[in-house]
Ligand binder design. Structure first.
Ligand SMILES: Nc1ncnc2c1ncn2[C@@H]1O[C@H](COP(=O)(O)OP(=O)(O)OP(=O)(O)O)[C@@H](O)[C@H]1O
Length: 632
């Protein structure tokens, strides 16, 4: 397969470029910078106060730290990131690594890669900083090299189908009808059950992609003892694990415990080992081994024959206990792994030490359109069949290097699989949006093939309400600015228009008594605008706890009854920067169930064909308004 292998070699080069860019960006923030500068970059918290320490279900040390009020700059720490504690005390600078469980403005929970608190942590002068995570690049690189060399028949077949010209085949069998699924979902389910090698569930927003995938996994488990379930992010994995557990499936969640939500911790290997019926025996054997080692080590200097013999006996005894403990640990781990019906983890964790040698008949990959191709191959190398679920019109993989993206690293394996028409099924009925909200996305991305389910097609906040409004700021002179510190764009006056519209609208709802159970989301593509919107807007009475303001990525996978989007960009050159990423904006526009209000400058936005089409859609449906209506 010379051409296919050439393509994979190119991918290895692109991955190297991406890693170098990632490392460069990291180094720019970290190297040759003082603690104060790193703090400003958001990559370091110093000084720290340790609030408390405890052991988690898997017996790892979890530390809760807080930073003083004085140093609460915006930061880049987030759940799952690799970090290092350090002591700035004295010459011997000490450090120990860990992983962030969760983080707020002033508090962070970190799981240490140790079951003991290092002595120097108690001495004060403590800080924590972000580390560069090389291991995922290493795993991706290894997977691609293995893919080139492979002689394994199933992998060769998958390689030929996904990257070459071979056609995926399907078994003939009597169609299976799941009562809970609609027609296109049932078609997708049958494709999964009959696929010899590859099947793709293409799920536009709100079409029940997760529902269909879960049903497919549950049905597959009727004929296979164990399957592998993966997604690119820990959040997506946890969502699947939660739903599978609701179906009484025995799931083993692999990955670092700090990257797993609190509710799912009991399903991790660490926790399952600690709860295993033989774990007490294992602990007792380890203790005995340590005791004998301790006794043997007491014989330190020159001593006679009898003592030497005694020491040898003690060491023998210690080794026997240690070996027995290791054997028991091996048995416990295998017992847990063999009983699991689903092994679930991120793509990169699919080669985790605990499941390294295991092969699966089927691997399911959710949110596959968001995954880098090299990462997607990691679990596929362990399987005979792969089932993808995702939507290549929503969020793409995150790539830091423009060069790597342009070279093709931005094309997911999901997209390549989508080119095999026979393998894919489009889920056609969506259960979220009023059909007017759905209409633009449907025409632009899905060739008009989507339908709104009758239960949502005409739902509105109140009978006479418009489900969609575009508020045009063109001509108002409300231009964008750049935040000098973060280099992020914002538009203060546009935020003001959005606030006025929202206040009027919510007051109207309050006056007609229609606030019950309504949720509101405000989305802006730029973090500087998010900061300004948060400063201005507070939830009025009746909406406490029901209004959230976040970036597009922050709203991914979520929905709200009412969504406002602030487009921010407004300039004479018609530059729209990364708003040009249509897939990201598709996610933003499809979060709304009953009402979508978009505020932006048509003069700037309409330079781009996507926004031009959107503004025309709003105009042709009589849903266009000028910002002047809300200014006086
Ligand atoms: N066949 C069905 N009948 C009734 N409701 C359904 C059906 N399929 C899905 N739903 C409902 O539609 C909603 C969206 O489903 P789900 O979360 O599975 O969609 P999704 O495609 O994964 O969404 P997203 O756009 O967030 O990726 C849920 O409330 C779900 O219960």
């Amino acid at each position: 397969m010379p051409d296919i292998d050439q393509g994979i070699k190119r991918l290895i080069e692109l991955l190297k470029i991406e890693k170098e860019e990632d490392l460069l960006q990291y180094k720019l923030k970290m190297s040759d910078t003082s603690i104060a500068e790193r703090r400003k970059q958001g990559v370091c918290w110093f000084p720290l106060i340790i609030e408390n320490t405890r052991f988690n279900a898997g017996e790892r040390l979890v530390i809760s730290v807080r930073r003083p009020d004085k140093y609460q700059e915006p930061h880049l720490f987030s759940s799952g990131k690799l970090v290092s504690f350090f002591s700035a005390e004295g010459e011997n600078k000490e450090s120990i690594n860990g992983v962030v469980n969760n983080v707020s403005k002033d508090q962070m929970l970190i799981t240490l890669n140790s079951d003991d608190e290092p002595y120097w942590m108690k001495k004060g002068q403590l800080g924590v900083q972000l580390l560069f995570d090389e291991s995922s690049y290493r795993e991706m690189n290894k997977a691609l090299k293995k893919l080139i060399k492979t002689e394994e028949a199933h992998t060769l077949k998958l390689k030929n189908i996904l990257l070459g010209n071979e056609t995926p085949l399907f078994k003939e069998s009597k169609p299976y009808q799941s009562q809970g699924l609609n027609d296109s979902q049932n078609t997708a389910l049958n494709k999964v059950l009959n696929a010899e090698t590859v099947s793709v569930i293409h799920g536009p927003p709100g079409t029940g992609k997760t529902t269909t995938l879960i049903e497919s996994i549950v049905e597959t488990l009727k004929s296979e003892n164990q399957v592998l379930v993966c997604a690119p992010s820990n959040n997506a994995v946890d969502l699947l694990v939660e739903k599978l557990t609701e179906h009484q499936v025995n799931v083993l969640r692999i990955g670092h415990p700090a990257r797993v939500t609190e509710e799912m911790l009991s399903l991790t290997l660490d926790a399952k080992i600690a709860n295993h019926k033989d774990f007490k025996d294992y602990k007792a054997m380890r203790k005995k081994a340590d005791e004998f080692f301790g006794m043997a080590k007491k014989y330190k200097r020159s001593f006679g024959y009898a003592e030497r013999e005694q020491r040898k006996l003690l060491y023998d005894e210690a080794h026997q206990y240690k070996d027995a403990a290791e054997q028991l640990n091996f048995y416990i781990t295998n017992d847990i792994i063999s009983k699991a019906q689903v092994i679930a983890g991120t793509l990169v964790a699919a080669n985790n030490y605990a499941v390294k040698g295991i092969k699966f008949k089927t691997v399911f990959i959710d949110e596959a359109a968001q995954a880098l191709e090299p990462a997607t191959w990691i679990p596929i190398l362990k399987a005979e069949r792969v089932i993808f679920a995702g939507d290549h019109h929503q969020l793409p993989p995150t790539i830091k290097s423009m060069e790597a993206a342009k070279g093709g690293l931005d094309v997911s394996l999901f997209e390549k699989a989508m080119r095999k028409n026979e393998a894919q099924t489009l889920l056609q009925v969506q259960y979220r949006m009023n059909e007017v909200i759905m209409g633009f996305s449907n025409n632009y991305f899905y060739d008009g093939q989507l339908k709104a389910h009758t239960s949502v097609a005409n739902h509105t906040i109140f009978p006479e309400d418009d489900p969609l409004e575009f508020i045009d700021t063109a001509g108002t002179g409300f231009y964008e600015s750049i935040d000098p510190e973060t280099k992020s764009s914002f538009n203060e006056e546009e935020a003001g228009i959005l606030q006025t519209h929202l206040t009027n609208y919510l007051n109207q709802l309050i006056s007609i008594g229609g606030t019950k159970e309504l949720s509101v989301g405000i989305i802006a593509p730029y973090s500087a605008q998010i900061t300004r919107l948060k400063e201005r807007i507070e939830a009025p009475e009746g909406f406490e706890g029901k209004l959230s303001i976040n970036t597009i990525d922050g709203f991914q996978g979520q929905e709200r009854d009412i969504i406002y989007i602030s487009m921010v960009r407004s300039n004479e050159k018609g530059e729209i920067g990364f708003l040009a990423n249509e897939r990201r904006m598709n996610v933003a526009m499809t979060r709304a169930k009953k009402k979508l209000v978009v505020v932006g400058d048509s003069a700037t936005l309409s330079q781009n064909k996507f926004y031009n089409a959107f503004i025309e859609y709003a105009q042709s449906n009589g849903l266009y308004k000028s910002a002047y209506e809300f200014m006086y």
